[in-house]
Ligand binder design. Structure first.
Ligand code: 3PY
Ligand code: ZN
Length: 630
């Protein structure tokens, strides 16, 4: 009874929510008004100015640069793949893809590129500002990957913003291009298996909020986990894109587990599971050009589905890989705007278009338009400098360590945090050794995190593989490692090596069924009531799901919003650095309602560490007390 049921709103039922839903039905998004948004923002700005932002610290605020937002846009967005899906349905869309002579492109800038380059820190306003230009200047895109993966929890955890709102606003701004998300099978957008009914409801809500294409993978290539998410997708009428994760090397005779027959078999099973598109998910960038040619050719022969290839450019060979995949008939490839491409990110879309000049399958997208979009991202990227990794160039060592693009800088940070910063190359080679110790597994979120945790643990304690087997019963392994060995992320092809598993589990028996089978269905009704009481206001289905997936993260987000209000309205530099003394900003807190905020001075801390932060807000002096925790 307390639910504001956005889903039951007429606009949702009729499917019209996607163009101007938020503008026309603001009442659905307005919660009982908490007063004084201004004061809350002054508190946030004061706090970040005095205490710094996590991961940014108290660095000088960079000079704000102008950002080139493309101005000359067509009046209307040309109909694109979104309209094809609406008209033909997912099977019709799949047939349409196969009929296209040109190579189709997915732009990943709004999801994987910043996840891989900038620790997923891209804020909603920086994404939304380029959404309409992207949809109008590149209407020929197959899709825009803009949601899922790590963006869901990072939005709440670090950016204090609501990922569902990001998705709905994107949907409004991009009415013609498919919006794609990355879904980790039974792990949804988390790091562990959830109850089946959580996965089902998550997919249902994500489809309603704007996701058209669900790219579904499992971190151990576990078919049952992928199947669960495909089954949840099919009734929504959206596209189920099932992924085989690529690892190892097709031609490495010493690792026969991941050769052509393995992928062909998996692809056939995914086709039988009801997938509309087959993805090859090369999350680390290990797929070499000739392997790409062989793999795409073999999969084209084996299944009737269109093939969508995803890679990362760590080695610098990404474009070459895509060119060979194109010759083999791949239908769609993933690229990023050039200023957000390369290294741990995707290959550059603009460069690929030029690389295929005079090729029969050159994509239809205008490379000049893509550069205009890239100019925007180049300008915006400057504001995220603290989250850049120290990688400066392509590096073929990825073929040895096999770490996914998004993990590299993360694990490096983790290594520094436990005092292993100067033993980073040891950690990297240990990562490869742990992979073999675990039986040569697929490494992608969350299994990649487990391999990383174990590599850190072994380097920290100077352990060899033999030590793990011989002395496992005395060692206190990281929880993530014990859980994976117990089978809580599923089982890899061939299982984990028994001696290692036994040593880590200390004799405990691993699961012999899909982990989700043992998880009780989530009680949404009980959770809704509890949340209603806690928040003292109606609860949306979106919030209910966020709470189911990440209870603590969601709770912290709610506390943050209660204290500071909606901080997503602040410009990015102010959000990360606060204000300089004497600086004035304008903040539009809602359409037509602007606050002019000037930081006048900050006092020295008193004996309790409290500083008085003096502002003018719309010309009126205001003082806020901030505890200096440094
Ligand atoms: C994710 O799961 O977030 C990934 O990007 C995996 O590649
Ligand atoms: Zn990726």
């Amino acid at each position: 009874p307390f639910l504001i049921n956005v889903m039951k709103h007429q606009n949702f039922i009729s499917g019209d929510y996607n163009t101007s839903f938020i503008d026309e039905t603001p009442e659905l998004f307005v919660f009982p008004k908490r007063k004084d948004r201004g004061t809350k923002l002054l508190n946030y700005i004061g706090d970040v100015t005095v205490n710094g932002f996590p991961g940014v610290g108290l660095k000088d605020k960079p000079i704000s640069r102008s950002v080139r937002i493309p101005q000359e846009l067509p009046a209307e967005a040309k109909p694109g793949t979104k309209q094809i899906l609406t008209e033909l349905g997912p099977d019709g869309l799949a047939d349409w893809i196969k009929r296209q002579p040109e190579l189709l492109l997915t732009d990943t800038t709004m999801r994987d590129a910043h996840q891989s380059l900038l620790a997923t820190r891209m804020r909603t306003q920086d994404i939304i500002n380029i959404a309409e230009p992207t949809s109008k200047l590149m209407p020929e895109l197959f899709s825009v990957e803009a949601w899922g993966g790590a963006t869901f929890d990072v939005a709440y955890r670090f950016l204090s913003e609501d990922p569902w709102v990001r998705l709905m606003r994107l949907r409004e701004k991009m009415p013609n291009v498919l919006i794609q998300m990355l879904l980790r099978g039974a792990n949804a957008v988390g790091y562990k298996n959830y109850a089946d009914n959580v996965i089902e409801k998550f997919v249902h809500e994500a489809a309603y909020a704007g996701v058209d294409v669900f790219r579904i993978f499992d971190s151990l290539n576990n078919l049952e986990s992928i199947q669960l998410a495909i089954d949840a997708t099919l009734p929504t009428g959206k596209v189920a894109e099932a992924a085989v994760c690529y690892t190892g090397d097709l031609y490495d005779g010493s690792r026969p587990k991941y050769h052509l027959p393995y992928y062909v078999d998996l692809a056939k099973k995914l086709e039988a599971s009801g997938a509309h598109i087959l993805a090859i998910k090369d999350m680390a960038g290990l797929l070499k050009p000739e392997s790409a040619y062989a793999l795409v050719s073999a999969l084209k022969d084996a299944v009737d589905l269109p093939i969508h290839l995803h890679t990362h450019d760590a080695s610098g060979n990404g474009i070459f890989t895509y060119a060979r995949a194109t010759d083999a008939g791949v239908d769609i490839v993933d690229v990023a705007a050039s200023s957000m491409s390369g290294m741990t990110s995707q290959p550059s879309g603009g460069s690929l278009i030029y690389a295929l000049d005079h090729h029969a399958r050159q994509p239809k997208i205008d490379a000049k338009h893509y550069e205009v979009i890239s100019d925007y991202w180049q300008d915006v990227r400057h504001n995220y400098e603290p989250f850049e990794s120290d990688m400066r160039a392509s590096n073929p060592s990825v073929y040895e360590h096999e770490m996914p693009g998004g993990q590299y800088s993360n694990l490096q940070q983790q290594a520094k945090a436990v005092g292993l910063g100067d033993r980073w190359s040891e950690v990297k080679s240990m990562y490869a050794r742990v992979n073999m110790l675990f039986g040569d597994i697929v490494k992608v979120t969350p299994s990649s995190k487990v391999v990383g945790d174990m590599a850190l643990f072994m380097v920290q304690h100077n352990l060899s593989e033999q030590d793990v087997i011989d002395r496992g019963h005395q060692l206190d392994f990281p929880d993530s490692v014990v859980e994976m060995m117990r089978g809580e992320l599923g089982t890899p092809p061939g299982g984990f090596p028994t001696d290692v598993q036994q040593a880590i589990l200390k004799g405990e028996k691993p699961l012999d069924v899909r982990p989700g089978k043992l998880i009780e269905p989530y009680d949404f009704e009980a959770a809704q009531l509890k949340l209603f009481e806690k928040l003292d206001r109606p609860v949306t289905d979106f919030e209910l799901l966020s709470n189911a997936l990440y209870p603590k993260v969601f709770e912290d987000y709610v506390t943050h919003s209660t204290t500071y209000g909606d901080v997503s309205v602040l410009d990015t530099l102010t959000f990360f650095y606060g204000l300089n003394v004497g600086e004035t900003i304008q903040v539009e807190i809602e359409t037509g309602k602007t606050l002019i905020i000037k930081l006048v001075q900050i006092s020295a801390a008193n004996e309790d560490g409290i500083r008085l932060v003096s502002y003018e807000m719309n010309g009126v002096p205001r003082e806020i007390e901030i505890k200096d925790v440094n």
